[in-house]
Design a protein around this ligand. Structure first.
Ligand SMILES: [Zn+2]
Length: 122
């Protein structure tokens, strides 16, 4: 189930942002929560990596509908910009996550409504 989710997310991100020049490693950690992906973060340096805390009590559809995967993968489209430009990094990922979801056909509801509501930033 998690493999299907990651494959869909990577392919959706590639369809919108292209194939990244360096490979990423993706890491999963089991975590009980009230949502499928309660927390995630990226690591730079050498090979980039993205780390996801996941609650596998949720089904594949809940994972696909969650914005976190697209958001974190979008982060890796840009190099590390430093603390001064953290806002740009976050705004870019927050903007792109919905573009990726829209293009992949997994965005529920109206695009502009998602942008109005905003997201939690990770
Ligand atoms: Zn972020």
């Amino acid at each position: 189930m998690l493999q299907s989710w990651l494959t869909l997310g990577v392919n959706a991100t590639r369809a919108t942002l292209g194939i990244y020049p360096t490979p990423l490693s993706l890491h999963l950690y089991q975590k009980k929560s009230n949502q499928p992906v309660p927390w995630a973060y990226t690591r730079r340096g050498g090979k980039g990596s993205v780390h996801f805390h996941v609650d596998t009590r949720f089904g594949l559809t809940k994972f696909i509908d969650d914005w976190t995967l697209y958001h974190e993968l979008a982060h890796m489209a840009l190099p590390y910009l430093g603390p001064e430009y953290r806002w740009l990094s976050e705004d870019f990922a927050s903007f792109m996550q919905y573009q990726i979801m829209l293009q992949a056909g997994v965005l529920k509801g109206d695009l502009s409504e998602h942008y109005r509501r905003g997201t939690c930033l990770t």
